[in-house]
Design a protein around this ligand. Structure first.
Ligand code: IYR
Length: 222
């Protein structure tokens, strides 16, 4: 080994090509069923489920293994009301002129507007914060590839939510600094996503969108 830090053996169960093919196919089909949902049921979800989902997200790789994320989890009705009001205040301005016509045109098929009732309806709201640095003995110690790392963790989070049979919305109220204040976060943390999690409403609908096909998303060099 090139250094004196401990390394431990790592082994995976050997999987044959055939088994791999069926597993990879099944997982693709399963993940392809995931949809971003905006219509939530208020049915409660056990806190332990949310804890497992977040610990799954926290298995994501990160720059220098700094794990530069904090997941704030809100079920308090009072806080949800405050967050909804603050998000809608910003979104009303965004939809009312801060976003370009082109942007609004691109969002039209998705059917979003400034109103964010899901923030109060969903049983849990997870706010994902990135930590650009850590304070070690009062000194700033920077993290690396922070956006990439936290983006990866958010992807793991969405997969875990889907796996648990729940739905989520990756909401980005903009600007979202109000969350630092409401949730009383330290200066090294910046919010990047607000993710309501729960069961879908019984009458939930999603836009009729298609995903890009094989030939549009990959290029092989063999
Ligand atoms: N932040 C707004 C607008 C919005 C932007 C994009 I890009 C979306 O994919 C969806 C919405 C909102 O959350 O409504």
């Amino acid at each position: 080994m090139a250094n004196n830090y401990p390394f431990i053996p790592y082994k995976r169960a050997y999987i044959t090509g055939e088994e791999m093919l069926s597993k990879s196919q099944a997982y693709y089909q399963w993940m392809d069923e995931r949809r971003t949902v905006r219509d939530f049921s208020s049915e409660p979800v056990p806190r332990e489920v949310i804890e497992n989902i977040i610990m799954t997200a926290s298995t994501a790789p990160s720059g220098a293994h700094k794990q530069p994320w904090t997941f704030c989890v809100i079920s308090s009705a009072e806080l949800k009301t405050q967050i909804r009001a603050a998000a809608e205040k910003e979104e009303r301005i965004s939809y009312g002129g801060r976003m370009s016509d082109e942007w609004l045109e691109d969002l039209a098929p998705i059917g979003t507007d400034w109103q964010k009732p899901f923030i109060e309806i969903a049983p849990w709201i997870i706010v994902v914060f990135k930590r650009s640095y850590e304070l070690v003995n009062g000194k700033k110690r920077k993290n690396y590839y922070v956006s990439e790392s936290v983006g990866l963790a958010a992807g793991f989070l969405l997969a875990a939510i889907h796996h648990a049979g729940l739905v989520a919305l990756t909401h980005t109220p903009s600007p979202m600094n109000f969350l630092c204040k409401i949730l009383n976060r330290p200066a090294n943390e910046k919010p990047i996503l607000l993710i309501p999690v729960g069961y879908p409403a019984e009458d939930a609908t999603v836009p009729d969108l298609a995903r890009k096909t094989k030939d549009k998303v990959m290029v092989f060099y063999e």
